[in-house]
Design a protein around this ligand. Structure first.
Ligand code: FAD
Length: 382
């Protein structure tokens, strides 16, 4: 067993750390307050290659392995979880269905544009289908060489700017996992409209929207995977996506730890700094131990994915543990700040809000436990 990162992995992490400190950190507070991400920042990220992280080199991307990708995600999340989620959705759940299930024509047509920075979105959730994704009701009717999509999708990350949407819809009259298909849909297809932008608690730099589908005509060639296999396409994408969410949570947790260390060294109480109080030291010990354990779980899941091995359960374990550990780290870091943790003067208040959603999206903590328990009960012990 080797815990050393490769030179390339270290280089990607350090390059991202520098970029994020220089370009993202100075804007993070303002983006949170305004609920907007400046186009100039997106342009810089495009130029630096962040939209091509996962995309193969033959299509103009960087072709990163999942461990390098995770390290990059952690560094982005450390400065802005909102910027991070734009990049991760584009490079994971917006990417895997096209790269893993698109035909050669689709890959050649779309992957170079996506790698160059035309943004992708992933549309599974609906008003009546969240954790129970197979309950989705948007419809797809075959019409010669096309499919006609109708319905609505909620919680679409990147929806305002996305050029490409991975959309799940079902043949009318079908139920459950059967009859669901996945499609790649271009933004300017008539009938696809952004209906509403959500006003969120956290991740305010990232846009999350409702989209409506009204007679959207999609070429049959843009079907991702076989007919009726859309649910599998989505679940496979989420296995990979959850590794990214784990690293995102670790990045936010690390930001909390850094702020807690800084504040506890500076703040004086009872004639000494908070960092000299054993109770505060215990909090710090728990935070750093849990975040390290989370990173090891996330690295293992990434390694399994890169090795082409099954990683459904390990990705769920990494996401569950990392997001809950990061939530505890945010809570304790805020506590260490006392009242100052409760105001916008210190960034801890933003981290506390941002980290909350990591336990909800790409499968809630309850759903991760279901996945882990089912696979374990089916015989997978370790
Ligand atoms: C900021 C944000 C961005 C998002 N981005 C995207 C996106 O880009 N694309 C996309 O498709 N979706 C996206 N989502 C949607 C997200 O994946 C869902 O919110 C999530 O899957 C939960 O679904 P729900 O909100 O409908 O909650 P529900 O499924 O209604 O769940 C409500 C509660 O019940 C619990 N619960 C449900 N079923 C069970 C069960 N069987 N056992 C125990 N507990 C259960 C859940 O864990 C949860 O605590 C996003 C959500 C947010 C908030």
């Amino acid at each position: 067993m080797d815990f050393e990162l490769s030179e390339n992995q270290r280089m990607m992490r350090d390059m991202t750390k520098d970029f994020a400190a220089r370009e993202i950190a100075p804007l993070a507070h303002e983006m949170d307050v305004n609920g907007e991400m400046p186009e100039a920042l997106i342009a810089k990220m495009r130029e630096a290659g962040f939209f091509g992280l996962s995309y193969p080199e033959e299509f103009g991307g960087l072709g990163l392995d999942t461990i390098s990708y995770g390290l990059v995600v952690e560094e982005l999340a450390r400065q802005s979880a909102g910027v991070c989620i734009m990049i991760t959705v584009h490079n994971s759940v917006g990417y895997y269905p096209v790269a893993g299930f698109g035909n050669d024509e689709v890959k050649a047509k779309y992957l170079p544009r996506m790698a160059a920075g035309k943004i992708a979105a992933f549309c599974v959730s609906e008003p009546g289908a969240g954790s129970d994704a197979a309950a989705l009701q948007s419809t797809a009717r075959r019409d010669g060489d096309h499919w006609i999509l109708d319905g609505s999708k909620v919680w679409v990350t990147n929806g305002t700017r996305a050029q490409f949407f991975v959309i799940l819809a079902r043949t009318p009259g079908t139920e459950g996992h059967r009859g669901i298909h996945a499609f790649l849909v271009e933004r300017d297809t008539p009938g696809l409209e952004v209906a509403k932008k959500e006003d969120k608690l956290g991740l305010r730099a990232s846009d999350t929207v409702v989209i409506s589908l009204d007679g959207v005509r999609v070429p049959h060639a843009n079907l991702l995977g076989e007919e009726d296999h859309g649910f599998r396409v989505a679940m496979t994408a989420l296995d990979g996506g959850r590794i990214g969410v784990a690293f995102q949570a670790i990045g936010i947790g690390r930001a909390c730890l850094v702020e807690a260390l800084k504040y506890s060294r500076e703040r004086q109480a009872f004639g000494t700094s908070l960092s000299n109080q054993p109770v505060i030291q215990h909090k710090i010990a728990d935070m750093v131990t849990e975040l390290d354990a989370a990173r090891l779980l996330a690295l293992r899941a990434a390694w399994l994915k890169d090795a082409g091995m099954s990683h459904t359960r390990e990705a769920a374990m990494a996401k569950l543990f990392a997001t809950e550990a990061a939530g505890r780290a945010a809570d304790e870091a805020l506590q260490i700040h006392g009242g100052y943790g409760y105001v916008k003067e210190y960034p801890i208040e933003r981290y506390y809000r941002d980290v909350r959603v990591t336990r909800i999206y790409e499968g809630t903590s309850e759903i991760q436990r279901l996945v882990i328990a089912r696979q374990t009960l089916a015989g997978k012990i370790s």
